[in-house]
Ligand binder design. Structure first.
Ligand code: TRP
Ligand code: SF4
Length: 402
C-alpha cells in the first residue's frame, strides 16, 4: 500500500571508521540501488545523552556526512538530511506520546542498562527525553512511512516498539464510522475477479494466520489502479481486521556480514583507540595493522599460534577468501608463516577498500559548500514527505478542524 522505503539514521559521532562501514554504510550503499533511501543525522538523539555538550554537534554532523558520501552514499539516489531540520519529527513524537504506555518504554530491553552505563560516565539520563528515545526513533521511521530499517542487532527492540506503536495508532485512529461498509464497497471497486481473490486471501489470513496470504493480499491491493489512497488504506487494514492503515509497520533489515572488531579485538570505537578511520592514509593503515597484537603464544617466529586467540583473524574473516583463510589457519598453527606475513593480505585488502573512499574525499574536503548544499536539498525533500504523513496523522487525530 505504501511503497517500499528505506530509512536509517546515526547519532552524529564525527568521522567514521571501518566498523561503521562494515556494520552499516556498505549495506546502505547497496540498498540505495534497490529502494528509495532516507539517511539522517540523529542530532536530537545525540542530545538525549549529551545535552551538556551541544558544542560538538556541528563538527560531528559534517564529518559524518562527508564520510557517508565518501563511502559511496550517492545523493542522487539517497536523501540525506538532519533530524532537527525537519521539526515535524518532534510533532509526531509528541502526538505518539499521548497513547504510548509508559510501561512500553520502561520495558525496552536496552533502557535500564543504558541508564547505568551513562551514569558510569557521569551522565544523568534519568530524563523524560531519554526514556522517550525509542519513541522519537519510532517517529523518525513512521513520519516517512518507511517499511525497511537497516540497523544492528542492538536496535531491533526499537523497531519492534515502532511496529507496536504503528498498530496502536492505526487501531485507535484508523477506525471510522462505517469502516466495514466502506471496506466492502472498496472491495467491489476492484472488480469481481480481484474481489474474490482478496476475500479468499483475507479469510486464509484471518482463519489460519497465513502470512503468505497476508503478503499476497497486500500486494494485490497495491497493484489495483483505480482505488483512492483512502480505499487502499481501508483494504489494507481490513485484511487484518482493524481499521485503516495510516502509519506503516516497519521491519528491521539486519546486516548479516561478520562483525568487524577493533585492532585489539574489542568493539571498534574511536574512543578505545583501536579504530581504522575511513580517510586514513595507506601508510597509517599499514602501520596500525603491523603493530597489532597477535596471539601471545607466538613469542618467537617458531612458536605455533592459534588464530582464534588473535584479532588479526577477525580481519581475515571479513576480508579474506577461503584459500587465504586456510593458509592462515594452517600457517599459524604450524608456525609455517610469520605474523607480519599473515597481516599483509589484510593490509592490502583494507587499503584497496579505502582507495575509492579516499579519492571521493578530495572534492568534499576542497569544497565544504558541496556537502552543505546536498544536505540542504535533502532536508527539503524529507520535509515535503514528512508533511504528507503529518497531514494524515493530524486529520486522523481530529486536528484538522477549521
Ligand atoms: N538509535 C539509532 C542508533 O543509536 C539511531 C537512530 C535514530 C535510528 N533514529 C533512527 C536508526 C531511526 C534507524 C531509524 O544507532
Ligand atoms: Fe595472528 Fe596470523 Fe600471527 Fe596467527 S599468524 S598469531 S593469526 S597474526
Amino acid at each position: 500500500m505504501f511503497q517500499d522505503r528505506v530509512l536509517s539514521g546515526m547519532r552524529p559521532t564525527g568521522a567514521m571508521h571501518l566498523g561503521h562501514y562494515h556494520g552499516a554504510l556498505k549495506n546502505w550503499v547497496r540498498l540505495q540501488n534497490e529502494y528509495p533511501c532516507y539517511f539522517f543525522a540523529a542530532d536530537w538523539h545525540a542530545l538525549t545523552t549529551h545535552y551538556e555538550d551541544p558544542g560538538v554537534i556541528e563538527q560531528t554532523v559534517w564529518d559524518m556526512f562527508v564520510d557517508w558520501l565518501c563511502a559511496g552514499i550517492d545523493p542522487t539516489k539517497s536523501t540525506l538530511f538532519i533530524q532537527s531540520r525537519v521539526p515535524q519529527h518532534a510533532e509526531l513524537t509528541m502526538l505518539l506520546s499521548f497513547f504510548t504506555p509508559l510501561s512500553w518504554l520502561e520495558r525496552v530491553p536496552t533502557y535500564k542498562d543504558l541508564v547505568e552505563r551513562h551514569a558510569e560516565h557521569g551522565r544523568d539520563v534519568l530524563t523524560y527525553g531519554f526514556l522517550g528515545y525509542p519513541l522519537m526513533q519510532a517517529a523518525d521511521i513512521m513520519i516517512y512511512r518507511a517499511n525497511k530499517v537497516p540497523v544492528g542487532e542492538d536496535q531491533v527492540s526499537h523497531i519492534e516498539l515502532t511496529r507496536e506503536i504503528a498498530r496502536r495508532f492505526n487501531h485507535l485512529f484508523g477506525r471510522e464510522k462505517g469502516f466495514e461498509e466502506k471496506a466492502e464497497a472498496a472491495i467491489r471497486k476492484m472488480g469481481p475477479k480481484k474481489a474474490k481473490l482478496y476475500r479468499s486471501l483475507r479469510q486464509a489470513f484471518q482463519e489460519q494466520g497465513d502470512e503468505k496470504a497476508l503478503a499476497e493480499a497486500q500486494a494485490l491491493v497495491n497493484d489495483v489502479q483505480n482505488l483512492s489512497l483512502g480505499d487502499k488504506e481501508r483494504l489494507y487494514g481490513y485484511i487484518e481486521g482493524g481499521g485503516r492503515m495510516i502509519l506503516a509497520e516497519a521491519d528491521a533489515l539486519l546486516t548479516e556480514t561478520p562483525k568487524l572488531l577493533g585492532l585489539d579485538g574489542q568493539k571498534m570505537s574511536k574512543s578505545y583507540d583501536n579504530a581504522i578511520m575511513l580517510r586514513e592514509t595507506p601508510e597509517a593503515v599499514t602501520q596500525k595493522i603491523r603493530k597489532m597484537q597477535t596471539d601471545p603464544a607466538r613469542v618467537r617466529r617458531t612458536d605455533p599460534g592459534e588464530p582464534e586467540r588473535c584479532p588479526v583473524w577477525n580481519l581475515h574473516q571479513v576480508y579474506s577468501d577461503g584459500n587465504t583463510k586456510d593458509w592462515v589457519l594452517q600457517g599459524c598453527r604450524t608456525a609455517g608463516i610469520g605474523c607480519l606475513e599473515c597481516k599483509q593480505p589484510v593490509i592490502d585488502a583494507v587499503n584497496a577498500e579505502l582507495k575509492p573512499i579516499r579519492e571521493r574525499a578530495q572534492r568534499y574536503e576542497e569544497d565544504p559548500t558541496l556537502v552543505r548544499n546536498i544536505i540542504q536539498d535533502g532536508c527539503e525533500k524529507a520535509s515535503d514527505l514528512a508533511d504528507e504523513t503529518m497531514r494524515d496523522v493530524r486529520a486522523a487525530m481530529g486536528l484538522n478542524y477549521s
